[in-house]
Design a protein around this ligand. Structure first.
Ligand code: ZN
Length: 338
């Protein structure tokens, strides 16, 4: 296809996108009463993220840089006849490359802390979803859909577009391709609980070769530093939370509470209830770790000196040791194991 043809198609694509975004609310999580979204950072960007007064700057990337090859192919079943695939790739190649930034619906995804927040030494920022949607109106903030296989429907939409060559059917195809390429991922990534903001309205600024989206303080609600956040940066993080009016938390990995939890300045415990960070209803009175049921102490803090002594007394290895038979027993068991 000639350059003019491409230009026309690109123009159609942009027009389609703005209509589509205006009319589309079904892809947002609003109806699920999700009110917060989270972004994970390495600790070395703390100063950079809060470099501009009154804003937090988040880095965006282009789909061609962040989509792994599988994702690009995900949209289409490769058993599709070559003439249809050719048409599909022609459409794909015209998807505008808009800066995109990723968020998660949860601040306690351990693999995310490991990958994106340098092994629990980074931090997470919490944003007000509704405020962001209003402020960045026209830029979709939509859920990523996790797929095992390409969307069956897309094949039909493609076949129809090729068969009829009607602009309306090409329009449907572009719409579907846009959603698939920006908002679908292979199912292995579903633990990320991701949503993405796509900057179709040119709100990002190019700073030293990076596309940065500046989010005003009023839409940032909390900062959560990791359990291994560097000591020399804790004060900076607290100062930022004060200046920007954010709640400050430190993530904790519990001994008995099954999920990561948080403590605030006053060491009060908070948990993530799958939509918000809330004060923990029940806490251990000794270690202040959250409890799932109403009791005084967590399982570990309930162990008394008497329990420990009793356990030691009953330990069969200790008994064997007392009669000088422990080494002999261990050797014999080792041989059995081999
Ligand atoms: Zn405890």
């Amino acid at each position: 296809m000639g350059r003019i043809g491409k230009k026309i198609r690109m123009k159609c694509f942009r027009k389609m996108l703005s209509d589509f975004i205006l009319n589309s609310i079904s892809l947002s999580s609003e109806e699920l009463f999700v009110s917060k979204i989270y972004k994970y950072f390495n600790n070395d960007v703390l100063d950079l993220v809060f470099d501009r007064d009154g804003f937090c700057g988040v880095k965006c990337s282009l789909p061609k840089d962040y989509n792994d090859p599988y994702e690009l192919f995900l949209g289409m079943d490769l058993n599709t006849p070559p003439e249809l695939l050719a048409f599909y790739y022609d459409v794909i190649s015209e998807i505008p490359q808009s800066p995109t930034t990723c968020f998660s619906y949860s601040p306690i995804v351990s693999p995310m802390w490991a990958h994106y927040a340098n092994n629990h030494s980074g931090f997470v920022l919490e944003f007000d979803l509704e405020g962001m949607q209003e402020y960045f109106e026209g830029n979709p903030i939509w859920d990523v859909t996790y797929r095992k296989e390409p969307l069956e429907q897309l094949k039909n939409i493609l076949a129809r577009a090729v068969e009829t060559l009607k602009p309306r059917h090409s329009y449907d195809l572009q719409e579907a391709v846009f959603v698939e390429s920006y908002f679908s991922k292979y199912v292995d990534w579903s633990y990320e609980q991701e949503c993405r903001l796509v900057d179709l309205k040119n709100k990002t600024e190019n700073i030293a070769g990076n596309d940065i989206l500046y989010i005003p303080y009023e839409f940032i609600t909390s900062i959560i530093v990791g359990p291994k956040f560097p000591d020399d940066k804790v004060e900076t993080s607290k100062k930022i939370s004060k200046d920007a009016g954010l709640d400050w938390y430190e993530l904790k990995i519990g001994k008995s509470y099954p999920k990561p939890y948080m403590i605030d300045f006053d060491k009060k415990s908070f948990i993530f209830n799958n939509s918000n960070i809330v004060s923990s209803e029940h806490c251990c009175t000794n270690c202040s770790e959250p409890l799932e049921v109403d009791r005084q102490l967590c399982a570990w803090c309930s162990i008394t000196e008497a329990h420990k002594n009793d356990a030691a007394m009953k330990n069969p290895f200790r008994m064997l040791n007392q009669i000088g038979k422990l080494d002999e027993y261990m050797d014999a068991m080792g041989k059995v194991g081999r």
